[in-house]
Design a protein around this ligand. Structure first.
Ligand code: ADP
Ligand code: NA
Length: 350
């Protein structure tokens, strides 16, 4: 086992999609077996930075626990917990917020990306793209909440609260991790060494693209229902979505993400789901046109997802068990968090 403490969080967005699974959760499962101490948090405090439906949020939290367990997160190896059940997150976030300047936050990409999601619910995509291209004038910026603005500080608190040393992140999150690193340094400098500087564990996997618009990444917030495969999609749904996926006018299967993003995305999905190399996936497609290849990809996806889907369904039917897993996780997380927060409070003069 590697020494170190891994922390990562995921928003309770309900059942994850293929991109979440291949880009993050699969890696989470490996990391729990590689590091001596691992924490995974369902970060519900983050999800109220945008307007939420309380009932749906509750369901989404339980669906996320069920999904994480079904994907192979083992509560004996990883502390799996719900962020809001460990109030130390919010407390440390406040203290770190007081060490963060407004301009430091203004330059983080989250502001643009997340305001984009807020606006997406209200306006057409085209207009939003124009807004983004206009560099988000201050008028539009005012539509977000204070929580949305300070969200990266809470992320830094999530990480530092456990003196985490390693944080699995996608490339899009690197700048947020830099804020956590800065805040560790700033705190240590002002109040004496306490926090290790957390390091990124960059996931090397290629982003999974939208099945309808392969220039964009697959995302839960994609309004096109055929664009995203969720872990609980039935075999028929998977088949339909892949059959309808956008490719191009060349029938041969090649891997060329620049020029042939659609078919290359299918190759990426096939390779990842069948745990074979991209070369192997392409060679299995020899002699198949893209139509026939889509069936092969469907089989690989269905084969991998079926046990996960069945397990999610089993777990979902027993919410009391899921609540119990969360309660146990929260108590273990609190055991680690409380002494760190206590030390922080003493250092700042409380
Ligand atoms: P979404 O884009 O659906 O809102 P999130 O931003 O909540 O997904 O991402 C949750 C995790 O899943 C992050 O670690 C992110 O890097 C990963 N992820 C999301 N979409 C993809 C994708 N299309 N391909 C690979 N990884 C992804
Ligand atoms: Na997102």
């Amino acid at each position: 086992l590697l020494l170190g403490r891994v922390f990562s969080g995921i928003q309770p967005t309900g059942v994850p999609h293929l991109g979440n699974y291949l880009g993050a959760l699969g890696n989470w499962v490996s990391l729990q077996n590689q590091y001596s101490s691992v924490l995974y948090s369902i970060v519900d405090l983050h999800s109220i930075t945008q307007p939420q439906d309380p009932k749906l949020l509750r369901t989404n939290i339980l669906d996320m626990v069920a999904s994480l367990l079904a994907c192979g997160i083992d509560p004996r190896r990883a502390v799996l917990f719900q962020q809001s059940q460990v109030s130390e997150h919010a407390e440390l976030s406040w203290i770190l917020g007081c060490l963060t300047s407004m301009p430091r936050l203004r330059h983080l990409p989250q502001w643009k990306v997340r305001i984009y999601n807020v606006l997406l619910q209200k306006r057409s995509r085209k207009i939003i793209k124009q807004i983004i291209n206009n560099q988000m004038k201050s008028k539009q910026k005012n539509e977000g909440s204070v929580g949305l603005y300070t969200y990266p500080v809470l992320q830094a608190a999530d990480i530092l609260l456990y003196k985490s040393t390693h944080v699995p992140v996608g490339e899009d999150q690197v700048q947020h991790l830099e804020l956590a690193q800065d805040l560790a340094r700033i705190f240590n400098h002002r109040f004496g060494d306490l926090f290790p500087e957390p390091r990124a564990l960059l996931s090397s996997t290629r982003k999974i693209k939208s099945l309808r618009e392969p220039s964009a990444k697959m995302s839960k917030s994609d309004p096109q229902t055929m664009a995203t495969v969720f872990l609980t999609d039935s075999p028929d749904d998977v088949a339909l979505k892949i059959r309808r996926s956008v490719t191009d006018f060349t029938s041969e299967v090649t891997f060329d993400p620049e020029n042939r993003p659609g078919v290359s995305n299918l190759v990426s999905i096939h390779a990842a789901m069948a745990t074979i190399s991209v070369e192997e996936a392409v060679s299995q497609a020899t002699g198949l046109d893209t139509g026939a290849y889509k069936q092969l990809v469907t089989e690989a996806v269905v084969q991998r997802l079926t046990p996960i889907r069945l397990q999610v369904e089993r777990l979902r039917s027993d919410p009391a068990h899921l609540e119990h897993v969360l309660a146990q996780g929260a108590s273990r997380a609190r055991e680690l968090a409380a002494p760190v927060l206590e030390e922080v409070k003493q250092r700042v003069g409380f």
